[in-house]
Design a protein around this ligand. Structure first.
Ligand SMILES: [Zn+2]
Length: 373
């Protein structure tokens, strides 16, 4: 697909300029998120390239069972070069050469056994699978990158079920890659949108595709996934049914407490991120008041953060340690959308008295809230 200019790219990918501007604003909000959380990749033993390819195949088969035959065939028959480049050199970018009517696709990956390399392998296998499933009908670049990111997500899902020792490192690698796709590449696209006549850069596709892939993953069923991989040029119409919401699907995991001042920063960062999910950065209080209240709670040890099974922040509670009950409960609870029960049950388990005050607060404020609707 030969694209030269910005308008051509927008047209081919069925995007309009305003939509891309909105997506870049969402990516911009995630910038703060990536800067506040430790992105160290965690430990995972190196996986040989042949094993990584097979794991990626199993993961994609589990993700797209209706295409299992196509995936296995693509996995077995695709020529590939999965070897480490020269020591001391920057790893080269992985790629899938598309081939044409007479040649089959070819995969190349500077494979060094790291979690990020495993994600790259899954990404390239998803490209090959999409080409085969679409029977060679060209898919626009944004949408084909969505398919490739789904391949990476499929690997993480599979690892959660079958290789729990790998999943944390793979998730960290995914979040670390966000800093490339949603910061560096988003900046590139943003500059292009405001430039006179920018020439096409393939990296424009990544920030848009990354956000679309997360939205699709959240809501799509198995039939939608199969349909997308098979859709070729019709892929934009399928993805249009899954709008990108103005908050990310998951927060990065909070590292274990190290016992230093860094812990306080991380905890404050996690709380700020949860606030962003709950009210998209708005809310009634000013930022200054929120920070002052939070600092006070941290000083008086009246703050509680709960994590989900993956170590990601699921919610928090702060409370006034000297509130005069029952007139003023002073408990403030914020949960990641959909994780309200995780916060409530965790609070009941670890801090039953605070949970009781929060319950009472909810009961006494409910009629007022209803009256405001
Ligand atoms: Zn790709």
């Amino acid at each position: 697909m030969n694209i030269c200019a910005l308008n051509e790219w927008l047209h081919v990918c069925r995007l309009d300029r305003d939509e891309v501007v909105t997506l870049l604003k969402i990516a911009d909000r995630l910038r703060a998120l990536r800067h506040t959380v430790d992105l160290s990749a965690g430990h995972a033993p190196p996986i040989p390239a042949s094993e990584a390819w097979e794991i990626a195949t199993l993961a994609l088969e589990a993700f797209l069972p209706q295409l299992a035959g196509t995936i296995r065939k693509a996995s077995e028959e695709t020529p590939r070069f999965l070897e480490a480049g020269r020591q001391g050199q920057e790893p080269g970018r992985p790629f899938t050469h598309h081939g044409d009517a007479t040649t089959s696709p070819f995969v190349s990956c500077d494979y060094r056994g790291r979690p990020v390399d495993m994600l790259d392998v899954a990404h390239e296998l998803a490209h090959v699978t999409q080409i085969a499933a679409s029977r060679g009908a060209p898919m626009p670049p944004v949408q084909r990158e969505v398919c490739a990111f789904l391949g990476e997500a499929a690997l993480i899902r599979w690892a959660a079920m079958h290789r729990p020792t790998l999943v944390r490192a793979l998730k960290s690698a995914w979040h670390a890659s966000d800093t490339i796709y949603l910061i560096r590449d988003a900046d590139l696209l943003s500059r292009a949108l405001h430039a006179e006549s920018p020439s096409y850069d393939y990296r424009w596709n990544y920030p848009v595709a990354r956000l679309m892939a997360s939205a699709f993953l959240r809501d799509a069923c198995q039939n939608d996934r199969t349909a997308l991989f098979c859709a070729g040029p019709a892929a934009p119409a399928i993805l249009a049914r899954f709008p990108v919401l103005p908050f990310p699907v998951a927060l990065p995991p909070l590292p274990a407490a190290a016992g230093g001042p860094g812990d306080a920063y991380r905890h404050a960062g996690a709380i700020a991120l949860l606030d962003m999910q709950a009210d998209q950065g708005g809310g009634g209080d000013s930022l200054g008041k929120r920070h002052a209240d939070l600092l006070n709670c941290m000083k008086t040890r009246s703050v509680f953060i709960t994590l989900n099974d993956d170590g990601e922040p699921a919610g928090y509670a702060t409370w006034d340690p000297v509130a005069a009950e029952p007139v003023q409960s002073g408990v403030r609870c914020r949960a990641f959308p959909g994780a309200e029960d995780v916060l409530t049950s965790s609070l009941r388990l670890h801090l039953p008295e605070v949970a009781l005050r929060a319950d009472r607060h909810e009961r006494t404020t409910e009629p007022e809230a209803a009256a405001n609707v």
